[in-house]
Design a binder for this molecule. Sequence first.
Ligand code: F6P
Length: 377
Amino acid sequence: MAETIKRIGILTSGGDCSGLNAVIESVVKSASSKNIQVLGFKMGYDGLLYNDYVLLDNASVRNIGHEGGSILGNSNKTNLFHRRIFQEDGTITYRDDSLIAVKNLQNDSVDALVVVGGDGSMTSARDFARLGVNVVCIPKTIDNDVPYTDKTFGYSTAVERIADALCSIKTTGYSHNRIMVLEVMGRHAGWLALEGGLSGDADIILIPEIPYNIEHITERLIQRYKDGFKSTLICVSEGSHAVDGKVTATVNTKYPDSVKLGGVGTKIAYELEERLKDVTDQEVRCTNLGYVQRGGNTNYSDRILSFRYGSYAVDTIVKKEYGVMVAIRGEKLVTVPLEDVVGNGPMGETSKGGSKNVDEDSDLLRCARSMGVYLGE
Ligand code: F6P
């Protein structure tokens, strides 16, 4: 282990989100104030494999804090411990290339590595830590489903996008007396739909943690119609499913994360229109908000969280505390062992540890119910 930290690396891995550039800015500025050099590895873990990096200084991160995306690029397909190799005959084989990355880091005299990523990226980070790499992770995802931290950066901006979208959809829904469905991201956690839906004034919010009953939703819509509410706003999480059903997804085995959620909003819209056609004759339309949730300018709250995470990650490295994720609990920044965050499974696994889900007893659910939002039970 190096006596004093002279050089660190940073990479952004997994699906992107707002705030990545703010984290990079914070890491670079905090490191440079301590005379630590920063290498920015490009395209996530691919950068480690190909030793593809740029030297980042204060000038290179000027004015990037508000911008979406990552100046380093993101890859969510690379697991260097179980790397897919496409053979000429079209078959796929797997290889462990992790030691190439470790060698590159040693040759580049990188004393510690900041991995900015979600659960998949942190699983690889855990495995690099097991190989002796000094790793500190920063939790990133719009889904807010990383355990042991109150908030991931990128989430707040995505919630804002959802609320804005609902406000726009609401006015056209009113004009046409339509039922409007908005499908949002979030994988198997309902945070985005719940907070986005609440702040965007949705009448019905469907989340994966509460399987929905389409009959009950239909009854609710008919009642609303009779009560004079001709338009209804429904915010549905992509991971939602019926009480007796499965998630709506497409499967592409070419990718490590082969199950791609999406389409439940369209399915619900179709089912509702079919059920309502002989009763209220209302049209139902669906909008899938998609990648709007991951891009664009980073809001102030995510910028501040990203800055705090970035500077705390550098402080953690200076203290030589490794194999951890930085986390926020209330107003306090803390560290959590990666093995707690993603589990202590075997090297190279693509799966992950726990996911932080909306708790049935949460105050957020209580608030939604008490304000008359219907949760589709
Ligand atoms: O995990 C973030 C996320 O945006 C999910 O909400 C969504 O299901 C997924 O990534 C989409 O991933 P991809 O970029 O592979 O389409």
